[in-house]
Design a protein around this ligand. Structure first.
Ligand code: GDG
Length: 499
């Protein structure tokens, strides 16, 4: 059973005007669809519309159970606590988090509703996999009601250092919620470490490597619960495994898109429409303050100011897909980005030729693949990002072994994609140097780097990610050596540009 905030479907109008459900083509669905079919899986989540009640239904062979949210709950639990408290807090307080007790009430209430929906359909010993920061209380709610369940949790966004996390007025309840799981998965080694530290600071529980030991009181100790054992001091304990499982993409699907003649033709057409500049740089992000869009615009603007690149030679395409528009910080970011783009275009654009092509729109996946193919340089300059799938999608699409990835060391993907040009996006001079390096990079170096990046992404796709998570979750012994990590060892800091 999967429990996530959103069901993996969109309500679209079908033939004859009737509304039908279509599964959204994200990587998570692609990875889980076969397992869900094989195992009689159920997916529990919100269908994306407030105040509408839907009966359970099936889409593309997956059984879906909708959870209803009122308009007030969407405001308080989703836009409020999830996206204006937890999101900024977990992304290093790039934007100040708001703490409102009314939002927290709604968060608890809605988490309870998701847990109840799961409990209503969970078979004995069912495997339940809960996703993301919107539902951190659900693992404990499930465990308290049903100790027989096998419970996994995966956090798609970072888990912050304790000094930041400790701001949260409800820091203990959230940690306790997560500790209800048998396995708590994170994107990076650092996230799992931050979580273990929060557990130590708040509870004093012992942690060793990836394992957290929770002392059990008497009634629990006698229950037949998984992962319980007696420690060296003779106390009954339950262990929770907290470790990284870096998420990935459906790499084969992107390779297929890259091979499609229509998409290749579209890529050539995009370059022609841009006036066939020597270098096309691309950014693709939800319009979110974590993505470092302003930093990359500043660096590009300064390169134009300095006269080291000319707008005829190099152009920047920035897709900023609309996101969370009802949250103030997002509306403000949009204004800032749009002012900066207009200034740069005002200063350097020509009739029929802009320096920056800014697109505040969502695009179909085929168009995204064509953009990836058309781009000589991909800019991923996040200030903090759990993983960043765009970086991996770009790499998987480049079956021609060309293209340069500029990647922030603050994105989870930097742990794996070591042959990218790694940058600290706060260091504008460093970012400019990396852009110049990418613009001037010889073809042999581009190919060498891209081959290495592709090896990693193709061998570690989302299918492998979900299989690894589920294998770990059902494994009886938390100390099994198979729980070893598969993440490259890396130096402490990337060699910085201009350092
Ligand atoms: C969260 C974490 C973590 C974007 N615009 C369009 C579009 N997209 C697609 C991209 C990519 C996805 O959305 C975005 O994924 P990211 O990983 O880049 O970022 P978040 O949305 O913040 O995702 C993140 C992820 O969860 C998974 O765990 O990696 O760190 O923040 O797939 O291609 N797709 C289409 N049109 C668009 O306009 N079709």
């Amino acid at each position: 059973m999967i429990v996530s905030n959103r069901l993996p479907v969109d309500h679209v109008s079908g033939e004859g005007g009737d509304a039908v459900w279509r599964t959204s083509p994200g990587g998570l669905v692609a990875a889980l669809e076969p397992v869900m079919r094989e195992r009689d899986g159920v997916w529990i989540g919100w269908p994306g519309m407030p105040d509408v009640e839907f009966e359970p239904f099936e889409a593309d062979g997956i059984e879906l159970v909708p959870v209803q949210l009122s308009a007030d709950e969407v405001e308080d639990y989703y836009e409020g606590f999830s996206n204006d408290t937890l999101w900024p807090l977990y992304h290093d307080v790039i934007s100040p988090p708001s703490y409102h007790r009314q939002w927290w009430e709604a968060y608890q209430r809605v988490n309870r509703r998701f847990a109840d929906a799961a409990l209503a359909v969970a078979a004995p010993n069912a495997i339940v996999w809960v996703h993301d920061y919107q539902l951190q209380l659900v693992p404990k709610m499930l465990r308290d009601a049903r100790p027989d369940l096998i419970i996994g949790f995966f956090n798609h966004i970072p888990f912050p250092p304790y000094g930041i996390y400790s701001q949260l007025p409800w820091r203990r309840q959230i940690v306790d919620g997560l500790l209800g799981a048998d396995v708590v998965g994170f994107q990076r080694v650092a996230d799992a470490g931050n979580f273990a530290r929060a557990v130590r600071r708040l509870h004093g529980y012992e942690t060793r490597g990836n394992l957290i030991s929770i002392p059990l009181d008497e009634p629990q100790a006698s229950a037949d619960m998984r992962h319980t054992t007696t420690n060296r001091r003779g106390h009954r304990i339950r262990t929770v495994l907290a470790r990284p499982f870096p998420i990935s993409i459906d790499a084969q699907a992107y390779q297929k898109l890259a091979a499609d003649p229509a998409i290749r033709a579209r890529a050539a057409e995009i370059r022609a429409e841009l006036g066939n500049p020597r270098v096309v740089m691309l950014g693709v992000d939800r319009l979110d303050y974590t993505k470092g869009i302003r930093h990359r615009l500043k660096a590009f603007g300064e390169l134009l100011d300095d006269g080291v690149v000319s707008p005829e030679e190099v152009c920047l395409v920035q897709v900023a897909s609309p996101s969370r528009e009802r949250v103030d910080a997002y509306a403000q970011l949009r204004d800032e980005v749009e002012i900066t783009v207009s200034r740069i275009n005002g200063d350097y654009g020509q009739i029929g030729h802009a320096a920056i092509h800014y697109l505040h729109q969502g695009y179909p996946r085929n168009e995204m693949a064509a953009l990836y193919l058309a781009a000589d340089v991909m800019l991923v300059t996040a200030l903090r990002d759990g993983m960043n799938l765009v970086a991996k999608e770009y790499v998987a699409t480049r079956t021609d072994h060309d293209g340069v990835l500029i990647l922030s060391e603050f994105a989870g993907a930097a742990d794996e994609l070591r042959q990218a040009l790694l940058v600290n996006p706060h260091d504008i001079d460093g970012l400019k140097a990396a852009m110049l390096h990418a613009i001037q990079m010889p073809q042999r170096e581009r190919a060498r780097r891209m081959r290495a990046l592709r090896r990693r992404v193709l061998s570690h796709d989302v299918q492998r990610w979900s299989a690894t998570f589920l294998d770990t979750l059902v494994r009886e012994d938390h100390n099994d050596p198979a729980n070893q990590l598969d993440i490259p060892k890396r130096p402490l800091a990337a060699p910085g540009y201009g350092e």
